[in-house]
Design a binder for this molecule. Structure first.
Ligand SMILES: C[S@@+](CC[C@H](N)C(=O)[O-])C[C@H]1O[C@@H](n2cnc3c(N)ncnc32)[C@H](O)[C@@H]1O
Ligand SMILES: [Zn+2]
Length: 265
């Protein structure tokens, strides 16, 4: 079970009273059925998670993979889940979502009024042991373009980026330029996008002003941003959002960074 989330969530909700949805719990559910009214959803059926865990021997505990209450087949969750929840947990999931603004819209639709969304997001600046260290931080404009393009859940472009920049040493293989910068390889990734890809990269330092506040300013997602802070283990940062409208305060310098005066010459 994932411990950093548990203590944190207890600060906001009465565990015995709340109905909770956990998305992408995989083998690390934040709470088990015996201790909370918790339901599990994933985009991949349990059989696929089991086969992948065995194939990649990726240190996942096959015995702990949860049974799913909902199998979701697109970011439009309302087609697959008609119930509503007091809280949603998604730990190490947000970075896999190809269209995060649309996904956040789906999350608001699944929450009761004042319901909470708890995210655990890999910290990009903690470059080890994550596989993204050769990438750059995702920008707000990129996420907005994903939304405008209405990219599908399994998106070819994200798959190509992740394939080229993925740090192979994460899986004990060398990074060989001719294998990485290789049309055949990228064509393969383009044609075979999968849910294991990190579509985007984020850092706690820039998440509030450069990602989440700008998203909320668009006015399509009704959340209040309550907290964004590093977790105990520092490899993941935690974000708490609460359903509801809020006026966002953000200057352009806070958003884009203060780069000083332009050179008149
Ligand atoms: C890296 S695992 C996280 C497992 C566990 N929560 C943890 O922290 O170790 C990502 C999980 O999210 C699921 N997932 C991937 N893309 C998703 C998406 N677009 N929407 C919902 N779940 C997704 C995967 O199937 C997988 O179960
Ligand atoms: Zn994207």
């Amino acid at each position: 079970m994932s411990s950093y989330m548990r203590g944190f969530i207890n600060e906001y909700i009465e565990l015995q009273q709340a109905t909770i949805l956990e998305i992408g719990a995989h083998d690390k559910p934040t709470f088990v059925k015996e201790e909370a009214k918790i339901f599990f959803a994933d985009v991949q059926p349990k059989e696929v998670l089991l086969t992948d865990a065995e194939k990649w021997t990726d240190q996942r505990n096959v015995k702990s993979i949860v049974d799913l209450d909902y199998l979701i087949e697109s970011n439009d969750y309302s087609k697959y889940i008609t119930d509503k929840f007091d809280a949603i947990i998604a730990d190490n999931v947000f970075e896999h979502v190809s269209n995060p603004i649309k996904w956040l819209e789906s999350m608001t639709a699944l929450l009761n009024d004042d319901g909470y969304l708890f995210l655990g997001v890999p910290e990009f600046n903690k470059k080890f042991p994550i596989s993204d260290r050769f990438r750059t931080l995702t920008t707000f404009s990129h996420l907005l373009t994903d939304y405008i393009r209405n990219v599908p859940d399994l998106d070819p472009e994200h798959s190509v980026e992740a394939g080229i920049y993925y740090d192979m040493t994460t899986i004990s293989l060398p990074n060989v330029a001719s294998e990485k910068i290789n049309l055949e390889r990228s064509l393969h990734d383009y044609r075979n996008p999968h849910f294991g890809v990190h579509c985007h990269t984020f850092s706690c330092d820039t998440f509030v002003n450069r990602i989440m506040k700008p998203i909320l300013m668009l006015g399509v997602v009704d959340f209040k941003l309550l907290k964004c802070l590093p977790s105990e283990n520092k490899y993941v940062f935690l974000v708490v959002l609460q359903k509801g409208k809020e006026e966002v305060s953000l200057t352009f310098e806070e958003f884009a960074g203060d780069i000083g005066e332009a050179d008149p010459a």
